[in-house]
Design a protein around this ligand. Structure first.
Ligand code: SF4
Length: 341
């Protein structure tokens, strides 16, 4: 049994869980290639204009699997509706199987719906197993192992490891071993955004590396402690945030507005063009950052983003912060020391 998985969108969040699940069910996974020029071009051609960049890229990955792997028994396009009772995933995630199944020559979709508002994930796994001809007990056994492995993966990320490195280990079936740090960097930024924007190095033009080259240490919300994400963010009494992704981002920001204020020197929010939820919370974050004096930059990426344009913005933001820190340090040095008699 061969199942194709597009290396895009929720791949960057859930792939370790899926991989363990399919391995345990004895199903071979065929992944699309890492994003490249052709994948983006094909995706942009098939995705209609108003779609956000990551969904267009998803089209490109799905079409690569459809066109280059006629041997596939199924294409795995999960439907993530809700993972917590109080929130929803983005509507574009929810409708993904409906739009992908109408692509030309699309093989049968392997249905997997995560919707804890309606039923537990175990039920979704049993349904998935049925389509693959697996018994209920085999599916539940695989689910248990997949969940355990995924929890270990999340714990590994909390040790400060980048998602890109951790996914590489998952693909190689290698143990989760924390790599030796080369250097910490002279300043530290929180890089905000959805995993598919931050860790698909083709669509973000290797953004994290650009920061590392400027001697910046980068952390992302995946590296933050679990307890930060326990309580919901109250924007105001009328406005409750019910988008899951955005909730995670706002929870991380809440930490840096309070206890973690001195742990970072700046925040960069990487947003895909035409992402409605992100453009909304970006405004809220900008106001909050201004209030506490943390430098903040929002960068919108699309299929036309250029390397040099992005580099110029990163360099000027980084230089500005380094200069500000130098000035503060100089001021402290020059302040007359008080003599206590
Ligand atoms: S959250 Fe934004 S970027 Fe992600 S799928 Fe939805 S609209 Fe696109």
């Amino acid at each position: 049994m061969r199942v194709g998985i597009p290396r895009a969108l929720h791949y960057y969040k859930f792939f370790p869980f899926w991989k363990k699940l399919f391995d345990e069910l004895n199903v071979e996974i065929i992944l699309s290639s890492p994003t490249n020029k052709k994948i983006v071009e094909v995706g942009v051609m098939h995705g209609f204009g108003e779609l956000c960049l990551p969904v267009k890229v998803y089209y490109g990955h799905a079409l690569q699997l459809i066109n280059e792997h006629p041997e596939l028994d199924f294409l795995f396009v999960p439907r993530y509706v809700s993972e917590l009772k109080e929130s929803f995933w983005c509507p574009k995630w929810i409708s993904l199987p409906d739009v992908i199944k109408i692509l030309p020559n699309c093989p049968k979709l392997l249905n997997f719906e995560v919707n804890v508002k309606e039923f537990p994930i175990a039920t979704a796994v049993i349904e998935l197993g049925k389509q693959l001809g697996k018994s209920q007990s085999a599916s539940l056994g695989a689910y248990k192992k997949a969940q355990k492995y995924y929890d270990e993966y999340l714990e590994f990320l909390r040790k400060g490891v980048s998602v890109i490195h951790a996914l590489r280990l998952v693909l190689r079936d290698a143990p989760f071993k924390v790599p030796k740090r080369k250097s910490k960097g002279s300043i530290k930024f929180l890089l905000l955004g959805h995993a598919y924007n931050l860790f698909d190095t083709y669509i973000n033009l290797d953004f994290a590396k650009k920061l590392n080259d400027q001697d910046v240490e980068v952390i992302t919300i995946e590296n933050m402690p679990e307890h930060i994400f326990k309580d919901p963010v109250i924007v105001n009494k009328k406005l409750l945030n019910y988008w899951r992704h955005e909730e995670e981002i706002m929870q991380a920001i809440r930490y840096f507005l309070t206890k973690g204020r001195n742990e970072i020197d700046g925040v960069i929010f990487l947003i895909s063009f035409a992402c409605g939820p992100d453009s909304l919370i970006s405004e809220l974050i900008m106001h909050d950052m201004k209030a506490v004096g943390i430098p903040y930059l929002a960068i919108i990426i699309d299929e036309h983003s250029s390397d040099s344009g992005l580099l110029t913005r990163v360099e000027s933001f980084t230089d500005m912060i380094k200069r500000k820190i130098q000035k503060q340090e100089l001021k402290i040095k020059q302040e007359p020391k008080l003599k206590i008699t």
